[in-house]
Design a protein around this ligand. Sequence first.
Ligand SMILES: [Zn+2]
Ligand SMILES: [Zn+2]
Length: 595
Amino acid sequence: MHVRFWGTRGSLPKPGPDTLRFGGNTSCVEVRTSLGTRVIIDCGSGLHDLGQALITAGKPIENGHILISHTHWDHIQGIPFFAPFFAPENKWDIYAPKGLGQSVQETLAGQMQYTYFPVRLDQMGAGIRYHELVEGTFKIEDLLITTRYMNHTALTLGFRLEADGAVLVYATDHEPFNPQLASGAGEISGRDREHSQFLRGADLVIHDAQFTAQEYTNRIGWGHSSVEYAVAVGKAAGAKQLALTHHDPLRTDDALEKLVKTTRESQLATTPFIGIFAAAEGQAMELGNGTLKEGSNGKSEWSLPHASALLKPTLVLAVEDPVAAKIIRDAAQSDCVTVMEAADADEALDIVKSAMPGIAVLDKRWTDVSGNHRSSYNIPVIVIAEEDRGSDFAEKKEAAGVEVLIKPFSAAYARTLIRASLLRTACRWQRALTAPYEEQRLEVLQGLGILDTPPEERFDRITRLAASIFNAPMALISLVDRERQWFKSAYGLNVSETSREMSFCSHAVASRNSLVVPDTFYDSRFSDNPLVADAPRIRFYAGYPLFVGDHCMGTICVLDRTPREISEESMDLLRDLAALVEAELARDGGRARFR
Ligand SMILES: [Zn+2]
Ligand SMILES: [Zn+2]
């Protein structure tokens, strides 16, 4: 894997005699794999020189890829000046974090409006496709890319790139979740630990290091790391080399060299060793065992992490402090998130149960932050707290899995936290679409008069048979109701219903077809499903739809805790069993008609 730095400065281009050695251009890194896959990370002013180099090489670029961490100006300002975007023979794919309001294309076009630039984005000539990213993993040819939200004032993704037996992590702009870790000392826990795990075993980590620990004390909430924090998380991750980047515009070459020298010396006392350097414009390095082959013409076969549609994001707000409440309200509304007001925590919980909002924002005094309220809410919770650096609180919120906004907080930061929480839930697993003719379907289901009736042998013997035929530990006859799936018969499972939200069967009902999931871990619709991540830990699912008249009521399905394949002949057997269940349901339907 070939890596080259084209821009290493943070915030603002800073040309001049004091920045000759490390460079004055803002963020831009080029990555090429041994198969020739070309990925550009971030489009700061460094992109200009990279564009000139590509044009000079003279070859059309049929499949260039650009990853944008976020759309702050220092990460996109090179785009209007990127020469390869002006040639119609060039084809580019741009990947950037999915926002809640504007599309990526709209955001990038914003800086090229008439007031700011003479050429519009859509007039640039090259074929450009836009892709919106959430947290997940996807492939660009031979590159495996994992994305993760950074802790920044805007919605920002870090990128973990794997190819040629090498791992490269790009993690800027980011600041410690726990500001105390900026000193470089202290146990890395919670979200900072997760951040460090994102860097695990990397051959090279390119990390935000705009400030020193001392400078950071006056810049908490600005969205950038200290050098000391970058070293600490890099070491904890067992990374081999650390490139400090996003250099502060005020940091001269001499100051940067001195900073690297003292950082290297101070880290020698602790293990494991990590190579430290300040990323310099023009610097190139080779990672892993791959050697660069010119002229490879690999097909672009990418797939993207799946984000289910955020149809109407809503937020329930129970915050007494009018200033804090207004910031949250404004932040949500600017992203078209509907705000539902609650007078207190009880009312908020009622709203959560009845309206199923995407996120709750609550005063700390209404929550014991013990995890209890978290499970009763069952949605992401942001807690508003007074300044409280107590480690006790930090631990509790960690256990409860809540986000905390310490007062006072900026509107930009609140907005980022709300967005990240909403997008995270949206992509956790995919809820099935509602079946066509849903109301009529529910009417027929109600008409059967079967919901919430006690178990009956005529159904139980069919699930017993199914389990035995398929040698499966669990078999169900599941009927999909408005907000739940209810089991008329459950073999090997001790629950009578689950929420529709996490139901596998409702996917079969929506498609009116059989559904086979050989391994849930490798199916983005189910990999994070609570029934997969937690008990009963479903790894395999095969379901056959059950029809009453023209409407699909649910499925008969078999489940296993280990992944497996299923043959076509076996599916035929499942169809036969489904016919037996349908015959029983038809009898209920007949009875219902005479009631
Ligand atoms: Zn930046
Ligand atoms: Zn930024």
